[in-house]
Design a binder for this molecule. Structure first.
Ligand SMILES: [Zn+2]
Length: 143
């Protein structure tokens, strides 16, 4: 608490290195997705899956939707966060908190380059979410 964080714009070098990290993480996720899919489909699909690296390419393979969704679902939020971060880099908006507009500190981005909120906002949003969640449970339990 009260710890001073460095809030400043990212340098082009920092953005470039974080982008590299994002692309690497995306590649890792797709590596997992490919190998998991391969474990679930028949031989004729194995070769087709070899080069798949995004959802568009995956959609072109005629797999059962249920199989795809099962494998993608677990990584959906991570994949989405990564592609949104890459999109923000393209637009030159990367590194700013979506909630308060402040710069997200570089230490946080180095650990989670796909982060879209500064630590303060993230903590606040999580608390709100938690409170809303428990409220819903409470409401449901009313007969
Ligand atoms: Zn913020």
């Amino acid at each position: 608490m009260g710890k001073k964080r460095s809030k400043r714009p990212l340098t082009p070098e920092e953005v470039a290195s974080l982008k590299e990290q994002l692309l690497k993480k995306k590649e890792e996720l797709w590596e997992e997705i490919r190998s998991e899919l391969k474990g679930r489909v028949s031989e004729e699909y194995q070769e087709l899956l070899e080069n798949v690296k995004d959802e568009e390419e995956l959609a072109q393979i005629d797999l059962e939707e249920e199989v795809i969704l099962g494998v993608l679902e677990a990584r959906k939020s991570e994949l989405e966060a990564i592609s949104q971060a890459l999109w923000r880099i393209e637009r030159g908006e990367y590194g700013k908190c979506l909630e308060c507009g402040d710069w997200i500190c570089i230490e946080r981005l180095k650990v989670r380059p796909w982060a879209s909120y500064c630590l303060d906002c993230k903590e606040r949003l999580e608390m709100i979410k938690k409170a809303a969640g428990s409220n819903q449970r409470w409401q449901r339990s009313i007969p």
